[in-house]
Write a protein that binds this ligand. Sequence first.
Ligand code: IPE
Ligand code: IPE
Ligand code: MG
Length: 262
Amino acid sequence: MAKSSFLSSTRAIPERSGVPRHLAIIMDGNGRWARKRFLPRVAGHSRGVETVRNTIKLCIERGIPYLTLFAFSSENWRRPPDEVSFLMQLFVRSLQKEVERMHENGIRFRVIGDLSRFDATLTDMIREAEALTANNTALELTIAANYGGRWDILQATNRLLASGEFDGEVTEAALTPYLSMAYAPEPDLFVRTGGETRISNFLLWQLAYTELYFTDTLWPDFDEKAFDAALTSFGGRERRYGRTSEQLTSPTPDPDRQSGNA
Ligand code: IPE
Ligand code: IPE
Ligand code: MG
């Protein structure tokens, strides 16, 4: 992929395509899915793992190279302790079960977020899975765990300030390499299942020009049809990045790129 694909969307206009290069999803609605069936909330989380597996498969089939899934927010520690510990165990079990298969399918696996609050067992498994899959290219899968958009911006700022490269001014160009998703283009499409229309402290910086898609479908019900409906909605959007509609039909060069800012 061309290096220019990874430029910040507020500094240069990204290359366009009908299919998102990067899909970022807030997987919400597991608890309600379970409650509707008179099951404990955690049964919804278990079912949600199946949707994760199916969504990964669909991304590979549709040619989407980057998939980022919000699995646990920095605010989810506020949930009942039993639910938090179930989610941690589910994470461990899913890694044990899926890492080999992901590797065989050429998936590169990464976790973003503040891992310092996790058990050593879990962080070791994450690091091992990241190392094992580091050369895979079929799909770049990122799991956001104990992730918060504000945490990300602050950790990036602090690392920049401590880097020795800081020259007195925090700029976009200086900061973005320190953000936890610096290896990926900014998301083209954001999907939130479960009916809520908020960002809940997900990728705040990176979503600046992302197309947002909200659906009432609960995460365990987010099947191929629901997935394709999101892609169809994305395909019909006009991404202007600040320009007028007319400029898109008779393209003029991007002034940012011309002035060498890109
Ligand atoms: C999303 O489903 C999963 C996590 C936040 C871990 P929820 O558990 O938030 O489900 P609802 O929103 O209560 O239905
Ligand atoms: C957002 O869902 C976080 C994840 C899906 C991991 P929540 O269910 O925690 O969000 P709020 O609390 O409704 O905003
Ligand atoms: Mg929720």
